[in-house]
Design a protein around this ligand. Structure first.
Ligand code: 13P
Length: 252
């Protein structure tokens, strides 16, 4: 059975002390819950990963990276490899976030290489994708999402999908306060699962967790997460506050 996942993408927020304090608070609150088939993940910035891994070890809270380089090592100044992440106890990495695509020029071809690099290191990939506002207005959102998925992850063999989590994040809903309606989310998530069925079959498709991201907060989470094809969320702003974040976990 696929897992529900609530993952917090801290983006470029929180220094070392704030990162440790936030994960500590989240751990304490999560320890009070009975997590039934629900995973809780936080993704701090690179420099604070080691420390957060140390704080969160032996807790139910998992730690992910926000990005990585596709190569194993070499002359790539300023970059971090999958092997290095694995070496400090990281098990998952977010790839393809719309901010990476928009501000750092990451395209589908590069992302496919990053996905391969991550899987080679036995990292789970939280693969992000989603349409821009113009795409939705011109009724092109399904085409955009299909092409991002086909180019980014559909080259994989079926067996690799056990290490893939998808995160549909419509760009127009990220950090804007505007959320996709529960119907819009379900419609897109069902479309995505059907694409996986078409290529890999129902068995693979039913095991893939598909997260929604974009202005998820305590006030709207239950409605969005209760859709049959929405298996949780990738959370930005609301992940920076332990009470808000853990209340999203409780909405399952
Ligand atoms: P917000 O929840 O702040 O809209 O951010 C979503 C996001 O980008 C998570 O990766």
């Amino acid at each position: 059975m696929r897992s529900n996942i609530v993952a917090g993408n801290w983006k470029m927020n929180n220094d070392l002390a704030a990162s440790n304090a936030l994960v500590h608070e989240i751990m304490n609150q999560v320890a009070e819950l009975t997590l039934e088939n629900t995973r809780v993940i936080v993704a701090p910035t690179f420099v604070n990963l080691s420390s957060v891994v140390e704080v969160a070890k032996e807790s139910a809270v998992e730690v992910a990276a926000q990005n990585m380089h596709q190569a194993a090592s070499g002359a790539f100044t300023g970059e971090i490899s999958g092997e290095m992440l694995k070496g400090i106890g990281i098990e998952s990495v977010i790839l393809g976030h719309s901010e990476r695509r928009a501000y750092f020029g990451e395209d589908d071809a590069l992302l496919a290489e990053k996905v391969n690099g991550a899987l080679k290191n036995n990292l789970e990939v939280i693969f992000c994708f989603g349409e821009e506002l113009e795409d939705r207005k011109s009724d092109n959102h399904f085409n955009v999402v299909e092409s991002q998925l086909k180019n980014g992850v559909f080259h994989l063999e079926a067996a690799a999908w056990k290490n893939i989590v998808l995160a549909y994040e419509p760009v127009w809903a990220i950090g804007t306060g505007e959320t996709a309606s529960p119907e819009q989310a379900q419609e897109m998530h069902a479309f995505i699962r059907n694409l996986i069925v078409d290529t890999y079959g129902a068995e693979v498709a039913n095991e893939v967790s598909i997260l929604y991201g974009g202005s998820v907060k305590p006030a709207n989470a239950t409605e969005i997460f209760s859709n049959p094809d929405v298996d949780g969320g990738l959370i930005g702003g609301a992940a920076l506050n332990a009470d808000d974040f853990v209340s999203l976990v409780k909405s399952f």
